[in-house]
Write a new protein. Structure first.
Length: 193
């Protein structure tokens, strides 16, 4: 069994392979859902000197304990559920709740007000049903800002939403008119404030 630090480290390595750079580790991901056989990633991980003794159970432990449920294993295949920069995974369009949240930081706000939410280095904009996930995402860089997305207005602007599971929703873009700053203290304020 992996200790907590090893588990986190292996999780990071697995996201690198499954979200960002499979070919760097000799892994080919399915072009539709981004999956590969568990055995394939196991072999790729074991090629790293640090991970030469990793087992399938260790991978399963990482998948099971991932706080944000970053991975899914189905029918002997593993995939990252969201976060890809490499291939554009296909998701089925879904019917999102009226409000979704996006965690970002103060530095990005001016640009987001101008051009809306863009995928930047990833294939999709990442949104969540609750503010907890958005807080985790936005707290990674600078001062946290949580944006509230009016999905009805975004849909009217032609945005399609995709469900990635575990309260995570994806979109190709979100126009600025559909975003407002969410403030836990005062409920909400206009994006311009
Ligand atoms: C920002 C992690 C300027 C956007 C997280 C974000 C999430 C803009 C950054 C998941 C912009 C992109 C995804 C615009 C968006 N101008 N900045 N027009 N539009 N941005 O990491 O959503 O732990 O690619 O606000 O927690 O932060 O790895 O996306 O700050 O769940 O599983 O550009 O990845 O999950 O950053 O994070 P990212 P994200 P894991």
């Amino acid at each position: 069994m992996l200790n907590q630090a090893m588990e986190k480290s292996l999780s990071k390595f697995m996201t690198k392979v499954l979200r960002h750079a499979p070919e760097a580790f000799g892994v080919v991901l399915d072009s539709e859902d981004g999956s590969c056989p568990v055995d394939t990633i196991l072999k790729a991980i074991r090629k790293q000197p640090k991970w030469s003794r990793v087992t399938e159970e260790d991978i399963e432990q990482v998948v099971r304990n991932s706080d944000k449920q970053r991975f899914a294993i189905e029918n002997g295949r593993i995939r990252a559920r969201y976060g890809h920069s490499h291939d554009k995974i296909s998701y089925s369009p879904g019917e999102p709740p009226n409000v979704l949240y996006h965690g970002t930081n103060k530095m990005a706000l001016t640009s987001i007000i101008e051009e809306g939410l863009r995928p930047m280095g990833r294939q999709y904009v990442h949104l969540s049903e609750g503010t907890h996930f958005a807080t985790l995402a936005g707290s990674r860089r600078g001062e946290l800002v949580i944006l509230k997305v009016d999905t009805g207005s975004a849909k009217q602007s032609g945005v399609t939403f995709y469900y990635a599971g575990n309260e995570v929703w994806l979109a190709d873009r979100v126009p600025p008119e559909s975003c407002s700053v969410w403030d836990a203290e005062v409920e909400e304020g206009a994006i311009q404030s």
